[in-house]
Design a protein around this ligand. Structure first.
Ligand SMILES: Nc1cnc(-c2cc(N)nc3[nH]ccc23)cn1
Length: 287
């Protein structure tokens, strides 16, 4: 259900690290377009052969993203199978993962963060309209295509990456490690991901963005993380009450109490026009 790319049409350049089951490389894809050779910068996501059994889930994630097109969804060009290698070919997004970008201490303004949150909300709204569950919304899966330059008034531009191997396929520990992004109800039924799960993750991701990519629970062990949900704890509220309200609505332990995407977008729009934004043009960089 998606484009097969010939291995010989790909060239693999430097390694960009690895995900939980994948290794990623920067590369190039060559295709002939109206008779002339065209080279496109791509990201190559190679599923290591040891996890062969997950490859249908790997490809399913890719095919989900390649069946629908949206400005804030990462473009998947196709897949290439070469011997024991399964390679997903994605568009290369210049500035990489948002969590690393924020952790590198870039001081970005409140309106920059709200802009990113709104773009994520519009991608989620699009998926909700198609009744498609992403299942792995977090700043690591948000890719920054444009930094945005406040002096030039240009805003950032993000792309939501594929969810990777589905929750149903990964072990319980991987799910626990995704606390606080994974919705609490997923721990009991990882195969039953719903649109509401993405709302919870959206709340955790907005919290993460406003915390400059730092996660409160980083370094906690799996028991402590599990305990966080079992005692119905919430992430510490932002001192901006309207933002804290939106995050806590999304991170409601009652899945059906979580707001619709339209409500999320409406609330983000009113945040964008609030005077808090002007007062906090750029947050002091907290190291
Ligand atoms: N679809 C994607 C995904 N990741 C990137 C990327 C960009 C960059 N500058 N550094 C990186 N380091 C690791 C990944 C990555 C690009 N495109």
């Amino acid at each position: 259900q998606f484009h097969m790319i010939k291995y010989e049409d790909l060239s693999c350049d430097e390694s960009l690290g690895q995900g939980s089951f994948t290794r990623i490389f920067k590369g190039k894809k060559i295709d002939i377009h109206d008779g002339e050779k065209r080279v496109t910068e791509v990201l190559l996501k190679e599923l290591d052969a040891t996890h062969k059994n997950c490859w249908e889930s790997f490809f399913e994630a890719a095919s989900l993203m390649s069946q629908i097109a949206h400005r804030h969804l990462l473009l998947v060009y196709g897949v290439s199978v070469h011997g024991a290698k399964n390679i997903m070919v994605q568009e290369y997004v210049k500035y990489g993962a948002l969590d690393l970008y924020l952790k590198r201490g870039r001081s970005v303004s409140v309106s920059w963060k709200l802009d990113v949150a709104k773009q994520l909300a519009s991608a989620l709204n699009f998926l909700e309209e198609k009744n498609i569950v992403h299942g792995n919304i977090c700043a690591k899966n948000l890719l920054l295509a444009r930094e945005g330059d406040p002096s030039q008034g240009s805003s950032p531009f993000i792309k939501l990456s594929d969810p990777g191997i589905s929750m149903a396929m990964v072990g319980k520990d991987v799910i626990l490690d995704r606390i606080p992004w994974v919705a609490p109800e997923v721990l009991g039924a990882p195969e039953k991901l719903t649109l509401e799960c993405d709302k919870w993750s959206f709340g955790a991701t907005v919290w993460e963005i406003f915390n400059n990519g730092n996660s409160l629970l980083r370094g906690w062990n799996l028991d402590q993380k599990k305990q966080f949900y079992e005692s119905f704890q919430q992430l510490p509220p932002s001192q901006w009450t309207e933002l804290a309200d939106l995050i806590s609505q999304c991170m409601d332990y009652q899945a059906d109490f979580r707001p619709s995407c339209r409500s999320i977008i409406r609330q983000l729009n009113s945040l964008i026009t609030s005077d808090y934004v002007i007062l906090h043009a750029t947050e002091p960089v907290t190291q």
